[in-house]
Design a protein around this ligand. Sequence first.
Ligand code: ATP
Length: 232
Amino acid sequence: MNTTALLDLRGISVTVGGVHILTDVDLRVHADEVVGVIGPNGAGKTTLFNTVTGFVRPTAGEVAWLGEPITRLPAHRIARKGLVRTFQNVGGFADLTVERNLLLAAGRHAPDVVREVRDLLELHPCWEMRVGDCSLATRKLVGIAVAVVRRPRLLLLDEPLAGLDSTDRDHVVQMIRKVHSEGVAICLIEHDIARTRQLVDRLVVLDTGRKVADGEPDEVLGRPELAETYLA
Ligand SMILES: Nc1ncnc2c1ncn2[C@@H]1O[C@H](COP(=O)(O)OP(=O)(O)OP(=O)(O)O)[C@@H](O)[C@H]1O
């Protein structure tokens, strides 16, 4: 594994209205890695992504990107650095075609990058369709494509498999692997533990705002207290 830490979170806490949503969370993601973030509903996983990407300001702690602090940068400046995310249930503008969504997102990189990403994520069949008319699986892929045309070095995926059937989940996993094979590090939030386990190099577990595990998937899921929760 390349030892360069792309992303380095130290002591991140988020408190909203006196409620502790995240408490003292450390997280590193290296170039080349695929990291899974799991945990029960309300554990703080999306808040962690929101903090990394500038949508939520931490109450304490620092976020560093390639060794530079980015904790207080606005979201659009963070994205321009190559740290790009997807949102739960968002796959682009519903009234625009898939192609138009990607062209808009690509900005100065279009249209060469748009063609590359269309081919990589096998979006030909839906290219001319309005996103609102596409299947959920396709909308999920469009959400990933919209992020990938921004040329991320690290892609944060928020529940890319949620709501999909088994066949579509396998397809989206395959597409995530293809994105990673292009040299993009990936950090994903997921509830599908079996597929996440197969996909990631490292598994991070959040519970009630605290990191309770961080290690190789087999080691983490082999811990009796976690196996009971996640593999039951
Ligand atoms: N802006 C906010 N104001 C108040 N409470 C919030 C805010 N954002 C998040 N929360 C609360 O913080 C907790 C963590 O939410 P978050 O969405 O980060 O969890 P999650 O682990 O992503 O959950 P899920 O798996 O259900 O998506 C929840 O109890 C949520 O209601």
